[in-house]
Design a protein around this ligand. Structure first.
Ligand SMILES: [Cu+2]
Length: 122
């Protein structure tokens, strides 16, 4: 019964493909958050506080960490709500650089002198 064998193996193959795609779907669902490291121009503790507070209000952001030594802002966000580019833009609107994006001029001007990127370290 050759044809029956072929039918059986075709069915097995389809079942395997189905299980595989269901698995992929499940993985996609659990992978709800992503973490991005964004190089910025934060200077001091005030900057850290400002960035942390402002980004907390940003849609989809679940966690913000600022490393003043490396000037890297680590942002965890919901992939269904936002993306890295949106968060980078939000950072520039607070007055800080974000990777390749430069700080928004108006926001930067409003920063206290000690928080400006060309200020001497204090
Ligand atoms: Cu500062």
């Amino acid at each position: 019964m050759k044809t029956q064998r072929i039918k059986l193996s075709a069915m097995l193959l389809m079942t395997a493909a189905l299980i595989f795609s269901v698995n992929l779907l499940a993985q996609e669902k659990t992978k709800k958050t992503e973490t991005a490291e964004i190089k910025s121009s934060v200077v001091c503790g005030m900057c850290e506080e400002r960035v942390t507070k402002e980004l907390a209000f940003e849609k989809g952001v679940t966690d913000v960490k600022v490393n003043l030594e490396t000037k890297v802002i680590t942002v965890t966000y919901k992939t269904s709500k936002t993306d890295k580019e949106t968060i980078k833009k939000a950072i520039t609107k607070i007055g800080y650089d974000a990777d390749d994006l430069l700080a928004d001029d108006a926001a930067y001007e409003k920063l206290p002198a000690c928080c400006k990127k060309d200020a001497a370290p204090h």
